[in-house]
Write a protein that binds this ligand. Structure first.
Ligand code: GUN
Ligand code: ZN
Length: 435
């Protein structure tokens, strides 16, 4: 196309800060807004009235009135090979790992299956409005290649890594140390910082990693501080007990990860349910982030995450679908579960707060606030158009919503993938294709 400029008109909402801290003013809303994109980035955003004067003459304005423009959703914890077992609960964490997760990850050794699963997974994320995710691939290096390759092809901003593990898991999912070293070095070389991709060291969790493997992660982080790291932390009480037995010299689960240098900006811990008050405090000071995965926690019966306590200790918070313990790639449904979990705890979460977790919160957790997560001028234009009339009840109710809080609540609690009618990546429409 001759011009790389686009201007869309519709309702627009994004977060410029955390509403739990900054209040309602953290959320920006233009009922009749314009989003002006140039060269794949946000050039200007504002009310249609204000911006109209600045527009070039005879410019084509794409009419999305009746739609709500939001930043692409960010899913900070998920496992792509486990899509094939999503929605098959089976006991609590360790039983489920044995019966569902490990077989699904072993299957990736079949030639061609990693490509198939990576394509399926990315299609499913996009269909649900997720434009950036932090993703566990399988243990097989080729499974990470398959994911990165397809993400690169679509121009997506993604963080992923191959799983590191050398105990507890079936023989077929273990690697020799030299092989791990060589494969991970190669993947970092090939993908970290390439286009919009970044590499995450991915030690599964302490029970599946020897001291040697965890030390290796520490060495990689020292060599390449820009690497991400993703792992699981304190998801179930049984897991915490097991860690205490396996690592008796550490005072606790967080101390153990601290000993290997994991408490740093750029690390995302999934779950973090069972932490002591001092551990929550240290997590907040460290700059490491937490992916809250309520749908997974409910289905595995892991527990109710004390989100408020983590918020009060300044922990960077975000949400993860945790597929396949979580049943779907839908961040909206995951937010609905987050609302339910906090209700059960007697510490209700606001709807704007939930929206923040899935947009700017995710971007901050990933240190990508200057790239994605809001319509800040200069940010990459990954955004969705949500159809406020996607279902008869949504049409009825959103038309009558009295506040932004209420509107967001309707989208989160009544909405699903039907809301997501358009997905744009770097200003270009990816869904619907060719429309
Ligand atoms: N802990 C270690 N591995 C996993 C996994 O694959 N899923 C979840 N939910 N927890 C884990
Ligand atoms: Zn997980």
């Amino acid at each position: 196309p001759a011009s790389s400029s686009r201007i869309l008109r519709g309702a627009i909402v994004d977060c410029l800060d955390d509403p739990a801290i900054a209040g309602e003013s953290a959320v920006r809303y233009f009922e009749d807004g314009l989003l002006w994109i140039k060269d794949g980035r946000v050039h200007a955003v504002g009310t249609a009235g204000e911006l109209a004067a600045r527009l070039p003459a005879n410019v084509d304005i794409e009419d999305r009135r009746g739609g709500l423009l939001v930043p692409g959703l960010i899913d900070t914890h998920t496992h792509y090979p486990q899509l094939s077992v999503a929605g098959s609960p089976s006991g609590s964490l360790f039983e489920w790992l044995e019966r569902r997760a490990f077989p699904a990850e072993s299957a990736l050794a079949q030639p061609g299956l990693a490509e198939v699963m990576a394509h399926r997974f990315i299609a499913e994320m996009l269909r649900n409005g997720t434009t950036t995710a932090m993703v566990f691939a399988g243990v097989q290096p080729e499974s990470a290649d398959a994911f990165f390759q397809h993400a690169q092809h679509l121009g997506l901003r993604m963080v992923a890594g191959k799983v590191l593990q050398d105990r507890m898991v079936p023989e077929a999912l273990r690697e020799a140390p030299e092989q791990t070293l060589e494969a991970t070095d190669r993947l970092i070389q090939r993908w970290h910082g390439r286009d919009r991709l970044a590499y995450a060291l991915t030690p599964r969790f302490a029970p599946a990693c020897s001291e040697m493997l965890l030390s290796q992660c520490r060495d990689w982080l020292r060599q390449s501080p820009s690497l991400y790291l993703q792992t699981h932390l304190a998801e179930t009480e049984e897991e915490c007990d097991r860690v205490a037995k396996l690592f008796p010299r550490d005072r606790g689960y967080l101390d153990l990860y601290d000993r290997f240098g994991f408490l740093r900006a750029g690390t995302i811990f999934a779950h973090a349910i069972y932490l002591q008050a001092d551990e929550q405090r240290r997590l907040g000071e460290s700059g490491a982030a937490v992916a809250h995965c309520p749908s997974s926690n409910l289905l595995l019966g892991s527990g109710l995450m004390p989100l408020r306590a983590l918020q009060d200790t300044d922990v960077l918070l975000s949400v993860g679908t945790d597929v396949g313990a979580g049943p779907s790639c839908s961040v909206l449904k995951t937010l609905a579960d987050a609302i339910r979990v906090q209700q059960l705890r007697g510490e209700p979460m606001g709807m704007l707060q939930a929206f923040y977790l899935a947009t700017l919160g995710g971007a901050r957790a990933l240190k990508l606030e200057q790239q994605i997560g809001s319509f800040r001028v200069g940010n990459e234009a990954d955004f969705l158009v949500l159809d406020l009339e996607a279902t008869p009840e949504l049409a009825e109710r959103t038309a009558r919503a009295n506040s932004l809080e209420e509107l967001m609540g309707l989208l989160i609690l009544l909405g699903d993938d039907r809301l997501v009618v358009e997905v744009n990546i770097q200003g270009r429409r990816l869904i619907p294709v060719g429309a």
